[in-house]
Design a protein around this ligand. Structure first.
Ligand code: FAD
Length: 417
């Protein structure tokens, strides 16, 4: 192609543009984002940033000058409102502060990401009910964090990271989770139990198996005539948990609107194959907006920087007519206060688990997942060296059996040497 349009300018899009240039593409690359900021790292928004530890200006994925230097067009505050296939490419409808226009490109990559899922509850439209997806959300959250007690709805990664951040900032925090344990969709029971313990030790109140039914407002108006403040969150048993701020962390919804306009198959994400091609066999889609259906029929919806980066690498190969490289084993991390969780591989469908706890440091534990007697995934809590060893082994195709790990007194590094 001579020109590539990318909708989105975040982890997936910026890596794709960068890699296109590195791999020798000299044509036009245009990134369109409806956000006003220079593209930035999203993970710190729920981690250091909340504690005030990170200066937002240090979050940039690339220096602002990088885009000019690399002749990568970065169109900020520009929303792609429509998309049409033509005989030789695609036309995008664009909307920015100067009005609307259309532009034609040879190829299209959708990297539209996801938006935070909202809560469908009475009172949930109150301005003190917050979500966390972008830098502006994080600013708002930081501003309100000290307004009084905070309730976090959802015991998933973002909810727990925010809870830890707010506790560190001195707020009273309650986490409400409908399931009977934390991180039910993401990690095993062993890891979840250790994290529950850790959050309770931080002073967070964690309510499991409880369902919020209403955001309760106070009866008095604010002095400036704004809406009544929040008083709390009513649970299904009638109890009202006091809150001045509510943070909703109940997952993200892939932004599939443009995919749908193109008539692409969308089913909990824009459906893509191993080559990041959508159902028309032409449009590329990468990152959080996608759901990957592999050649073997397995469906993966991964929301991670690693997945955004690896799908971008694959899409670049397809754009340049090259063979995509084999993808390394997926990985993910989450920092919750002092707790450092790192996951490698996909544990879904495993048949066996081995748990190991460091005899000298009980806060360090590893859960190893096996399928067909072979290692497929591992969750490492406060064990970065074990994580690195296991990730390297899996990437080398080394998939040892569970028996190897039985003796906890022998370090994983020694076992896999
Ligand atoms: P996004 O980052 O969602 O970017 C998509 C962009 O496209 C957005 O800027 C959006 O505004 C723009 N866009 C969409 N539609 C249009 C349109 N029509 N016109 C113009 N622009 C459009 N992952 C990890 O691996 N580890 C972590 O610890 C971790 N922590 C996280 C913490 C938080 C608070 C959040 C929100 C996410 C975290 N993630 C983490 C997930 C990670 O940030 C995402 O997987 C990653 O951002 C996906 O990148 P993306 O480029 O696919 O999409």
């Amino acid at each position: 192609p001579h020109s590539v349009a990318v909708v989105g300018a975040s982890h997936a899009a910026v890596h794709l543009a960068d890699r296109l240039r590195t791999d020798g593409f000299t044509g036009r690359i245009a990134l369109f984002t409806d956000e006003p900021h220079v593209p930035y790292h999203r993970p710190p928004l729920s981690k250091g940033l909340l504690k005030g530890a990170i200066d937002p200006s240090t979050l940039s994925l690339r220096a602002e000058s990088y885009f000019d230097d690399q002749h990568i067009e970065l169109h900020r505050r520009t929303r792609v409102t429509g998309v049409h296939r033509t005989n030789d490419g695609v036309v995008l409808d664009l909307s920015d502060e100067n009005g609307s226009r259309s532009e034609a490109f040879d190829r299209l990559v959708l990297a539209t990401g996801a938006r935070a899922r909202r809560l469908a509850l009475p009172g949930a439209d109150h301005p003190d009910v917050l979500v966390l997806r972008d830098l502006d959300d994080a600013d708002l959250l930081r501003e309100r964090a000290t307004a009084g007690p905070a309730v976090v709805i959802g015991g998933g990664f973002i909810g727990l990271e925010v809870a830890a951040g707010l506790r560190a900032a001195g707020s009273d925090v309650t986490v409400i989770e409908t399931a009977d344990r934390l991180l039910a969709r993401a990690v095993g029971t062993h890891t979840a139990a250790a994290l529950l313990n850790a959050h309770e030790s931080m002073g967070t109140v964690v309510l499991l198996g409880r369902r919020p039914v209403e955001i309760v407002r106070s009866d008095t108006d604010t002095d400036d005539g704004g809406p009544n403040r929040i008083r709390g969150v009513r649970l299904d048993d009638g109890v009202v948990v006091p809150a001045a701020t509510v943070i909703v962390g109940i997952g993200a919804e892939p932004r599939t609107e443009l995919g749908e306009m193109l008539g692409l198959e969308c089913d909990g994400g824009i459906v893509v194959d191993d080559n990041c091609l959508a159902s028309d066999g032409w449009t590329l889609a990468i990152g959080d907006c996608t759901i990957h259906v592999s050649a073997s029929g397995r469906r993966y919806r991964l929301e991670s920087v690693d997945n955004a980066t690896e799908q971008a690498n694959t899409a670049v190969a397809i754009l340049l007519g090259a063979e995509p490289a084999t993808r390394p084993t997926p990985w993910f991390w989450s920092d919750q206060g002092a707790q450092k969780l790192q996951i490698v591989g996909l544990s879904g469908g495993h048949s066996e688990v081995v748990h190991r706890t460091d005899p000298k440091r009980p806060d360090r534990q590893v859960s190893l997942y096996f399928s067909g007697g072979r290692l497929v995934a591992a969750e490492c809590l406060n064990s970065p060296a074990d994580f690195m060893t296991l990730r390297t082994a899996l990437n080398r195709g080394h998939r040892p059996p569970p028996e190897l790990f039985a003796d906890e007194s022998v370090p994983i590094k020694k076992l896999l040497a």
